[in-house]
Design a protein around this ligand. Structure first.
Ligand code: 13P
Length: 253
């Protein structure tokens, strides 16, 4: 079965409430009822409920940018998987490089979160990717392999059906330096080969792998037609409806 393309917008810590509602409304209007490409927006936590209201009845899905590995209790400031579901989230981004590098999330912590979110019924967008130094030392393959295997330790076949990977080279995030189609395809194919080796062809062939890092409406088409690129995770360009919808359009071709 061909893998459906996903275009997801990671709004990060941006937008006022009014901007979030306007942006979500414009995405809903632009997507209409066309569900050939899966589309999701991931606003900051406090805007999840109001944005869910705007998305109601549209094929545009809601996602969160982070989640706790814990179910409930004394974890001040944390948000549980069940809370995200109750807010209307279908997706949650886990292991984004900003959380790994700025907030110190470890592979083990990410593995715990992936399990909790999938157990609860969320779809997980798991981010992986090498830094510039790692790429320059030819460590890209080894790093993404380690990240995938560590984050996915212990997952059952049932879990894998709700998992999406996002290859986001750290050097391409927010820098305007997008990976070339060759670099993206090479990394995606290596990730898929790793999964084929460790988890078998059925899982490797069904798993969607998104590319993220300086994706724009201008460069999206060149990435989205690659055989192992199943969609994109968009930061900056997801904050403007026109550019985000341009990327959705590119994914339909
Ligand atoms: P940019 O598209 O702004 O480079 O961000 C990518 C990203 O981090 C998406 O999660």
């Amino acid at each position: 079965m061909p893998r459906q393309k996903l275009v997801a917008g990671n709004w990060k810590m941006n937008t006022t409430l009014a901007e979030a509602k306007t942006l979500a409304g414009a995405v809903v209007a632009g997507v209409g009822t066309d569900d050939r490409v899966a589309v999701a927006v991931c606003p900051p936590f406090p805007w999840l409920l109001p944005v869910a209201d705007v998305l109601k009845g549209s094929p545009v899905a809601l996602g969160a940018q982070n989640v706790s590995a814990e179910k409930k209790g004394a974890f001040t400031g944390e948000v549980s998987p069940a809370m995200l579901l109750e807010c209307g989230c279908r997706y949650v981004i886990i292991g984004h490089s900003e959380r790994r590098h700025i907030l110190g999330e470890s592979d083990a912590a990410i593995n715990h979160k992936v399990h909790s979110a999938l157990d609860e019924g969320l779809h997980v967008i798991l981010c992986i990717g090498e830094t510039l130094t790692e790429r320059e030392r030819n460590l890209t393959e080894r790093i993404v392999q380690r990240q995938v295997l560590a984050a996915c330790t212990g997952l059952t076949d049932h879990h894998w059906a709700r998992l999406t990977l996002a290859y986001e080279p750290v050097w391409a995030i927010g820098t305007g330096k997008v990976a070339t189609p060759d670099q993206a395809q090479e990394a995606h194919a290596a990730i898929r080969a790793t999964l084929r080796h460790f988890r078998g062809s059925a899982i490797a062939d069904a798993l969607p792998i998104l590319y993220g890092g300086s994706v724009t409406a201008d460069n999206a088409a060149g990435l989205l037609h690659l055989p192992d690129v199943d969609g994109v995770l968009v930061g900056g360009a997801s904050l403007k409806a026109d550019s985000f919808l341009g990327i959705v359009q590119a994914a339909k071709k």
